[in-house]
Design a protein around this ligand. Structure first.
Ligand code: AMP
Length: 304
């Protein structure tokens, strides 16, 4: 089934306790589309870059079956740029810089082939742009998921609430769930956020896994204990790409399949963090992904 993904395609500067990477490939949509491309083809992306974005990366995305017809390339302009720094526990990070550049004036135009997707992933970017994408759809997708972050809660809350109202699944991290709901308890936060619109809420907890809330039911997926975590950037987006990619591949949005999708998303995120930028998401094989999913199953399996 078809998947459209919206979000930033960007450059990042990243500092972790294990090293630095400057002007590397980043962006929510980049991670989402790479992860989803292991499950469905084509993944149709809606985004914007300047003419500073490397052609090799665009060629690689195309080779992976990512449709770039909805990607605007603006001559003479600079791509979105983000700089972040992680601390010892890798769950805490500070945004050091956000330069919107091309994103500041981005007006998404959906090509005709994009207007009836069965699955839509509204990745992290300006809520106004997420809304404009929704307004161009010719029919409502079977499932709309959305990701966002504190930056937009601080700068565009009223537009953000308008988008949240229209989606089925919201994926945010624990601190963002607390900020959005005003509740410290994640169980109470989930109740408040369900009332804002989304039937499903995924709360990402970094190295402590992810929670899926739906109608009073909770499912928990751990994160895989890894020998080496180098760079958590993009883990949330990669999770979303794996989650939506798996749902689009199977076309099944039942709660039991959502649970499986959470595990596939977590498996893809476990690859992402093993190297800087998108490096580890290149060149994976179905066998490598199957093996990771099996490790998740083994990790939590027990007899009562
Ligand atoms: P994650 O670690 O999953 O939250 O995603 C990190 C990616 O999000 C980075 O590659 C950044 O380029 C991108 N990013 C950072 N800030 C924003 C923002 N305000 N809007 C959209 N994308 C962002």
């Amino acid at each position: 089934m078809s998947l459209v993904a919206v979000g930033t395609v960007a450059f990042d500067d990243i500092e972790t306790p294990f090293g630095r990477a400057e002007k590397v490939i980043g962006g929510a949509c980049t991670y989402i589309s790479l992860a989803a491309s292991y499950f469905v083809k084509p993944v149709r992306i809606v985004s914007v870059v300047g003419d500073d974005f490397p052609e090799e990366m665009l060629d690689y995305l195309k080779k992976r079956g990512v449709d770039l017809d909805g990607l605007q390339i603006r001559p003479g302009e600079k791509s979105f740029f983000w700089a972040g720094k992680y601390y010892r526990d890798l769950n805490t990070r500070d945004t050091l810089d956000t330069q919107l550049n091309v994103l500041a004036t981005f007006d998404p135009v959906l090509p005709e082939a994009y207007r009836r997707p069965e699955f839509l992933m509204l990745g992290n970017l300006t809520p106004q742009v997420q809304l404009r994408v929704l307004n161009q759809l010719k029919q409502r997708p079977k499932l709309i998921a959305m990701d966002t972050m504190n930056f937009w809660m601080n700068t565009a809350m009223s537009d953000l609430l308008k988008v949240i109202k229209k989606v089925d699944v919201l994926t945010i991290n624990d601190e963002e769930a607390r900020q959005l709901s005003g509740e410290h308890s994640l169980v109470k936060a989930a109740k408040v956020i369900h009332q804002m619109g989304p039937r499903y809420l995924v709360i990402k907890k970094g190295e402590h896994g992810a929670l899926l809330f739906h109608r009073g039911e909770v499912f928990f997926a751990p994160a895989l204990p890894l020998a080496e975590v180098i760079d958590p950037t993009g883990a949330g987006d990669t999770f979303a790409g794996g989650f939506m990619g798996y749902l689009a591949k199977t076309g099944d949005t039942s709660m039991s399949n959502m649970r499986r999708a959470i595990i596939y998303g977590s498996a893809m995120a476990s690859f992402c963090v093993e190297k800087f930028s998108v490096e580890r998401l290149q060149g994976l094989t179905p066998a490598m992904i199957r093996k990771r999913v099996q490790q998740f199953s083994d990790l939590v399996h027990f007899e009562i």
